[in-house]
Design a protein around this ligand. Structure first.
Ligand code: PXG
Ligand code: PLP
Length: 453
């Protein structure tokens, strides 16, 4: 039975009284419940909707389903695992799958990053990485190294650590004091730049932006700074690509001043940047790296943190008697067996389906297509890397977020799901997309821009 047939038998309720019980995340709840958009099925690069339509998945879910939807291997692996072992205690006991998944992940890491700590989400991965950084310096006898440095426009999830180092104003301003954090300037070029891929190194958008870290070191002294956390490229902010040389310079400064460099790869791992990681794509190796989303193709909630072996080993060496905990941290569902079953299968499928190679081959076509919208109505900038693109939309006076919302809704009515947020539209089509599907997606966006007031 396909999703449409299922719907005919039992259409979901969409009346406001029914929908009211679920307070939805990062959603305009009042608007949604007045005009519900329920997704009832997913196959390949398409969703089916409660009103019986097929919609192209232009953001791979929320950047997580690059292999497309409805993969029987993952469904079978989850079913088998739930029947064999549905849950086992995450603390002081283990199950075989987490070790297999950790090894599969390590295989895809830049050299030296080879110890994996599992979480259930990207937000938990970001907070875990920050805690590892602080605990590491404490274990090294430098307990004063606690300050954390993030970046304007950065997104590291929604828990307190991630929001504190994050730089999305809308996600910060509502919640009062977080933990102490400083922010580097963002690297988004001025509107009208229309850079393809990485912005050039020249001028203010080169290593000068990374050198801002030196000013923070001068202000606080490196003896007080634990870590710098950045996304290799920012997704949520509207696809912000690092200028040539920027990440290299951050790496250099962190190494010189004994500051840990954390890459938040929740979006860039695994495949989106036409490489297994952003670290590999941009040729810069962090000390700590986070992942989530694509690790299970979005099928189960799972994230994690990968660290350099010597960071891990320091915890072991300083751990006291061997029955003691080396790191008092973890989640009930860390390395959940069913999520690990999905992760193992997804990691194998990414390899078998040549996901990285596919993205590499599609990326030039995608780049040409999205930059073809330069000059289209309301577009003030376009940025892209791998299979990710961000468009800045000219703001209506006093209402920067309205036009992107209207565009997103009009696209959905036409049969294309795209992400809108702030003053941007974002595209991140599945790795399995065809060039024709990409052309249709971008053509629909062009048409919608033209029709939008
Ligand atoms: N770090 C980064 C770099 C992310 O992109 C998170 C942490 C948090 O992950 P969880 O699993 O806790 O959501 C993310 C998540 C968007 C969008 O449209 C981006 C994310 C989530 C939802 C929407 O840009 N990124
Ligand atoms: N709150 C309470 C009262 C708990 O007992 C626990 C876990 O035992 C948590 C929060 C944390 O939940 P999780 O481990 O799923 O993050």
């Amino acid at each position: 039975m396909n999703a449409n047939e299922q719907w005919l038998l039992s259409p979901p309720r969409t009346d406001a009284a029914w929908l009211a019980a679920h307070w939805m995340p990062f959603t305009g709840n009042r608007e949604f419940k007045a005009s519900p958009r329920l997704i009832v099925g997913g196959q390949g690069a398409y969703y089916s909707t409660h009103d019986g339509r097929r919609v192209f998945d232009g953001l791979s879910g929320l950047w997580c389903s690059g292999l497309g939807h409805g993969l029987p291997e993952i469904a079978e692996a989850i079913g088998r695992q739930a029947a064999a072992l549905d849950y086992s205690p995450a603390f002081q006991f283990g199950h075989p799958l987490s070790f297999e998944l950790a090894n599969l992940i390590v295989e895809r890491m830049p050299a030296g990053l080879n110890r994996v700590f599992f979480t259930d989400s990207g937000s938990e991965a970001a907070d875990t990485a920050l805690k590892i950084a602080r605990a590491y310096w404490r274990a090294r006898g430098q307990a004063g190294k606690t300050r954390l440095v993030g970046r304007a426009k950065g997104y590291h999830g929604v828990n307190y650590g991630g929001v504190s180092v994050g730089g999305m104003v809308a996600n910060r301003k509502t919640f009062g004091q977080g933990i102490e954090a400083d922010h580097l300037p963002h690297t988004q070029p001025p509107a009208g730049s229309f850079h393809r891929g990485m912005p050039p190194a020249a001028g203010a958008h080169g290593t000068a932006l990374a050198d801002e870290l030196l000013a923070l070191i001068q202000l606080h002294d490196a003896s007080n700074i634990a870590a710098v956390i950045v996304e290799p490229f920012s997704g949520s902010a509207g696809v912000v690509i690092p200028p040539v040389g920027y990440l290299q310079r951050l790496r250099e400064i962190c190494t010189q001043h004994d500051i840990l460099l954390i890459f938040d790869e929740v979006i860039t791992g695994f495949g989106r940047a036409a490489a297994w990681t952003g670290a590999e794509a941009f040729g810069v190796t962090p000390d700590i790296l986070t992942f989530a989303k694509q690790v299970t193709n979005g099928v189960q909630p799972l994230g994690g943190v990968v660290v350099r072996q010597d960071i891990h080993d320091l915890f072991m060496d300083q751990g006291g008697p061997d029955y003691m905990l080396e790191f008092p941290h973890g989640y009930t569902y860390s390395a959940h067996p069913v999520a690990c079953a999905a992760g193992i299968t997804a990691m194998k499928l990414l390899a078998r389906e040549n996901a990285v190679q596919r993205v590499h081959e599609l990326a030039p076509h995608f780049e040409a297509a999205v930059h073809g919208l330069k000059g289209a109505r309301h577009i003030t900038d376009i940025r892209n890397y791998g299979l990710a693109a961000g468009f800045t939309i000219d703001a209506r006076p006093g209402e920067p977020a309205r036009r992107p919302y209207e565009i997103g809704m009009a696209m959905y009515r036409k049969g294309f799901y795209v992400r809108y947020g702030g003053d941007t539209i974002q595209l991140a089509p599945p790795f399995i997309s065809t060039t024709a599907e990409i052309d249709r997606l971008v053509a629909a966006l062009g048409e919608t821009l033209q029709e939008t007031a």
